[in-house]
Design a protein around this ligand. Structure first.
Ligand code: AGP
Length: 367
């Protein structure tokens, strides 16, 4: 059953491998080819109600917050509605202004995270509309929201979240497609996104098939005392999530920065002992990202690039992890996958308890 290790050494590893199948499950029956949109019946919001929102705000904790950032970018890209993400843990304590024309989206694998559940209550108490992107059916948050999207990732046991995060991002791809098609996203662009979403499960499998190469690079990551994860715009949340995963299970000190911010401070820390994991997709910002990698190399810093085949680093001595290309809006979903395997293999090399990292709980149900 889903709760058994089925021969794998760790739940985290089993859950990483399940992603192609689970990512297929979250889109199953939800993509509407005829109208090039997504059908999300659980939202409980009519097209007219959905169209009336002038802002979307994602709330979640930890990795769920980072994927909320991916969701916000997808909404801005596809629906052109202002969107952002905030840690639910901060939101609940700052007397937030709840606006009737903002749609709140809470993000939680467990549906039991206390800070996120409190944010839901705060929004509802002030008359706001809140929907959920939740994995555990019937959980506290799932019961309290006005509607939502179930993630269908199956039970996730490992403290370090993997497949649930992937399905959150898939769900936001569909949600942004749906919202986009209610606004100005063309039929052709709707088809472009819909077809790309359909291809993602197989593309995840391709990345998983390159595990030996990623595991070899993880040997180097395990030796680092400090690491930067850098990514620009759509890829900044990828960097944040990559750094988070490494911290959680390998205890290697890792920090994420927007690539563009490097020269505004952190560059001072680059030396041969600092490892930089750079997310460099083949998109309109590639040349700027390559220039940043050059700056790191010029200061003797080692670089692992998570990138696409077409990106050329010239003669720079770096390690490359190549992932398949999807549509630019969806690239983060695939670029995150290697960071899971990097963290997993680094933790194995260091001999840590992958499924039960020190000091952490699977869901934080207390303050
Ligand atoms: C992820 O690897 C972390 N363990 C953690 O940040 C987690 O995503 C966060 O605590 C939120 O949990 P939830 O999705 O169950 O609400």
């Amino acid at each position: 059953t889903d709760l058994e290790l089925t021969g794998h050494a760790h739940y985290m590893y089993k859950e990483i491998l399940e992603q192609p199948e689970r990512a297929a499950a979250v889109i199953r029956g939800r993509l509407d080819a005829r109208f090039a949109t997504a059908r999300l019946n659980g939202l409980n919001l009519s097209p007219r109600e959905l169209r009336a929102f002038r802002r979307v705000k994602f709330l979640g904790c930890g990795s769920a917050y980072y994927v909320g950032q991916i969701g916000a970018q997808l909404i801005e890209d596809l629906a052109r509605i202002p969107a952002d993400a905030e840690p639910a843990s901060e939101f609940r304590y700052r007397n937030p202004i709840i606006e009737p024309d903002t749609l709140y989206v809470v993000v939680s694998q467990s549906g039991e995270t206390a800070d996120t559940a409190f944010a839901v209550q705060e929004i509802k108490r002030k008359g706001g509309t809140v929907i959920g992107a939740v994995n555990v059916v019937g959980s506290t948050i799932a019961r309290e929201v006005d509607g939502g999207i179930y993630l269908h990732a199956g039970p996730e046991i490992a403290v370090a979240s993997t497949k649930a995060l992937t399905n959150m991002a898939m769900a936001f791809g569909m949600f942004a497609l749906h919202l986009g098609r209610l606004h100005d996203l063309s039929y052709a662009d709707g088809e472009r996104i819909s077809n790309a979403l359909k291809a993602i499960p197989e593309q995840i499998q391709e990345i998983l098939d390159s595990e030996p190469a990623i595991a070899a690079i993880a040997q180097r990551v395990a030796k680092a005392e400090n690491a930067f994860f850098i990514g620009r715009v759509r890829q900044y949340p990828v960097a944040r999530e990559g750094a988070q995963k490494l911290k959680e299970i390998s205890y290697v000190h890792a920090e994420a920065y927007p690539t563009s911010e490097l020269k505004h401070g952190p560059l001072a820390l680059i030396d041969p002992a600092m490892l930089t994991v750079a997310v460099v997709p083949d998109d309109e910002l590639a040349s700027r990202n390559i220039a940043a990698v050059e700056q790191v190399r010029a200061r003797g810093g080692e670089v692992v690039a998570i990138t696409h085949e077409a990106v050329e680093f010239g003669t720079m001595a770096i390690e490359r992890i190549v992932v398949p290309k999807t549509e630019p809006e969806l690239d983060p979903i695939l670029l995150i996958i290697p960071t899971q395997l990097l963290a997993y293999h680094a933790a194995l090399v260091l001999g840590h308890d992958v499924d039960k990292p020190r000091n952490l709980a699977k869901s934080v149900t207390v303050e």
